[in-house]
Design a protein. Sequence first.
Length: 151
Amino acid sequence: MSYADDTIDWQSIRDIDAWLDRAVSGMYTDQPLAQDWARLSKVAEELSEALEELPEDATAQDLRRISEITKALGKAIQDHIGATGQNPRKGTDLQGYNKMLDELADTALTAILAIQHFTKDIHQSSGIIQGRLTRTYMRMLEANRKEDDSI
């Protein structure tokens, strides 16, 4: 099996992450949101269960591909709650942080595979992903320019 060189611009990823972190208000970052996270996780679980009951046809297969993303995200949310000890009944899961990172990686990979499922073209799939990264990076640059102009 041959893999292409890593074509994701990780510097852009790091810059966008820092920009998003700066954009979150202090009130939000200091507030535990366990109930909201748990609700999102439950929605993802219920969606996944509902899609299992669909008939076996192409439309259902497409919906399942997309819903797998929410299922993986729901697991990441549950692991985040465990890692941060936001569920007083369960305490803090010392491995929760690593589990959450694994589930986030599963979420990203599942999304990429869903894109590939629909395009059936690795170049188109790569272009879509690179395009979204570029678009987000440009949004960050524009926001930073506006912030600099207001100073």
